[in-house]
Design a protein around this ligand. Structure first.
Ligand code: SF4
Ligand code: SF4
Length: 570
């Protein structure tokens, strides 16, 4: 039912049950908030969105207060502005004065708010004791001193990721964000997805940086530094540096990487094609033997960690094929650079990825057998481009310097939830029937829905596949299977909602518009690319002939399949 309220003197129609904040967002009135996120339950924790309602003696938080027809609301009255300023001053009482040294300097929401509200001095001093930074996890770093207790991280970890690795502990003024038994993030339920970093308004949660290690490798004359990048990296770089879609973004990225000092750059989508080929053969083998179904995909390291640590009864269903990052690392070290006369021990492989869990995945091999020597997130790459003074928009595009960067659009689709499955089905169909899937595009697996199901006819057999994103949704789906849901053949899981386009290593401030444009960039490639299927990638076929063997053969299993992650760290 519609009702009319007054906002800042303007008559506005709204629906009964809507919050004041929903109406304000709709009509383009911006009020600040440090705790609210539209896809998480409202808490009113930060009170920053308070507004004045005529007739009420107290200010009300717009995020959790519903509209009523008698309301006349003032969003920026002197009383409201004073209250917001005091709230920020109180938060700053507990906050270190180290903006210049902080990871989020320039992108911190608290910093932005204190500027907006003209906070110019420290008004209050707290007597809080210094707290230790949690640096033990290979992916995520936690600095509790910078926490403003907005609870975004604990809500995203519970509601979207589903593991509750961090939560509020203590009471009253002693409340803080903590881990179980106060142990480091490396010793608890954290799957290293980085979704908490994406929502944290301050520098309390960040990725563990590898920039220094990469810069040292780039300037070490004894090393041969090479880089691989994931399918979503070019679109994110274009967003950050305002590169027009008409520009040759992939080759501008290659030019920037070369300027940094990387001797060769590889598109990890080629390794995704190899992953598809292996997994397609593996699936057909399981289907024929009617065993270990549904096949659970394993290219998302956060999902693999969840299964191995929390649901080991499902580990046998996981695909043993390495992720594209690990396949590319293996090929670079064992074949590509050695065939160019470089000793594997000299090669330093850097991976650029939207995935914080990829850092932990790389470390799981141990220092002796590293396939990937350093993993940097997209955010870290952006910092490096600026740090090294590279003006990417003025570079000349650099074509691929190695045939190993040819990939099909199926490999590129790994960047979005449902994309891995779409490419996999194309190759499964071809391997099984000798015919191309027609049409190649599987509409039911496209878009930003967290769960997408499709029924595909493959060689006269109906194959049911499901793509789930957001680990909490995947946990729910796995429970359905455990409770008897049958006749599902393949389940693709990405721990981050919508997949790597929304990964924990993406640019902060990712919103629905960004997600749609990153998704479109990948689907456009699938429209335009000549090679749309992994089994038609000439480089992949040559690798299978010259270095590997037939898909899912003994030799390929030795090279391309992984040993289970060690799970003793829980
Ligand atoms: S760590 Fe960040 S997201 Fe979590 S409560 Fe603190 S400020 Fe909010
Ligand atoms: S990295 Fe993911 S699992 Fe770990 S605390 Fe953050 S949101 Fe939770």
């Amino acid at each position: 039912m519609l009702l009319t309220i007054e906002i800042n003197g303007q008559q506005v129609s709204s629906k009964r049950g809507e919050t004041i904040l929903t109406v304000l967002n709709r009509i383009g009135v911006k009020v600040p908030t440090l705790c609210h996120l539209s896809n998480l339950s409202p808490t009113g924790a930060c009170r920053m969105c308070v507004v004045e309602v005529e007739g009420l003696s107290h200010l009300v938080p717009a995020c959790s207060h519903q509209v009523e027809e008698w309301m006349r609301i003032h969003t920026h009255s002197p009383r409201v502005l004073k209250a917001r300023k005091t709230l920020v001053e109180l938060l700053l009482a507990n906050h270190p004065d180290d903006c210049l040294y902080c990871d989020r300097n320039g992108t911190c929401e608290l910093q932005e708010l204190s500027e907006e509200l003209q906070v110019r001095e420290r008004k209050y001093m707290s007597r809080n004791k210094p707290v230790q930074i949690d640096k033990a996890c290979p992916s995520i770093q936690r600095d509790p001193a910078k926490c403003v207790l907005c609870m975004r991280c604990s809500r995203v970890c519970r509601e979207i990721v589903g593991v509750s690795a961090i939560d509020a502990v203590g009471r009253g003024s002693h409340t803080r964000i903590g881990t179980s038994y106060n142990r480091g993030l490396n010793f608890n339920a954290c799957v290293r997805c980085g979704q908490c970093i994406m929502v944290c308004p301050t520098g309390a949660l960040t990725e563990k940086k590898s920039i220094q290690q990469v810069i040292e490798a780039l300037s070490n004359p004894d090393l041969y530094p090479v880089v691989q990048f994931s399918p979503t990296v070019p679109a994110a770089i274009a967003e950050e540096f305002g590169l027009k879609s008409s520009k040759d973004i992939l080759n501008l990225l290659r030019a920037a990487l070369k300027k940094m000092g990387f001797r060769q750059s590889f598109d990890a989508s080629m390794a995704a094609d190899i992953n598809i080929m292996e997994e397609a053969a593996l699936f057909l083998d399981r289907l024929q033997k009617n065993t270990k179904l549904p096949l659970l995909t394993s290219c998302c390291p956060a999902w693999v960690r969840y299964i191995e640590v929390f649901r080991p009864e499902f580990a046998t269903y996981l695909s043993p094929v390495k992720s594209p990052q690990q396949i590319m690392g293996t090929l670079i070290k064992q074949y590509i650079t050695s065939s160019a006369g470089v000793k594997p021990g000299k090669v330093f492989v850097v991976s650029v990825t939207p995935c914080t869990a990829g850092k932990s995945e790389a470390e799981s091999n141990g220092s002796e057998t590293r396939l990937v020597d350093a993993v940097i997130t997209i955010r870290e790459l952006i910092r490096m481009i600026r740090l090294l003074g590279i003006d990417i928009s003025n570079l000349d595009p650099e074509p691929a310097d190695s045939a190993f960067s040819i990939s099909s659009s199926s490999g590129r689709l790994f960047g979005i939830s449902g994309g891995h499955l779409e490419g996999l089905i194309r190759s499964i169909n071809f391997m099984s029937s000798g015919q191309e899937l027609s049409p190649l595009k599987i509409n039911d697996l496209r878009g930003l829905k967290p769960k997408k199901e499709a029924k595909v006819r493959i060689n006269k057999q109906s194959v049911n596949v499901v793509a789930v994103s957001g680990l909490a949704n995947a946990i729910g789906f796995i429970d359905e299977i455990a409770n008897g849901r049958e006749n599902i053949h393949i389940v693709e899981v990405m721990a981050c909602l919508n997949g790597c386009i929304n990964g924990g290593g993406q640019r902060t401030g990712t919103d629905e518009k960004c997600l749609k444009s990153r998704m479109k960039a990948l689907y456009d490639i699938d429209e335009e690319e000549m090679v749309k299927v992994a089994h038609k990638n000439p480089v992949v076929n040559e690798l299978f002939e010259k270095f590997l063997s037939g898909p899912n053969s003994q030799r390929n299993q030795e090279i391309l399949h992984k040993t289970p992650l060690k799970t003793s760290a829980i």
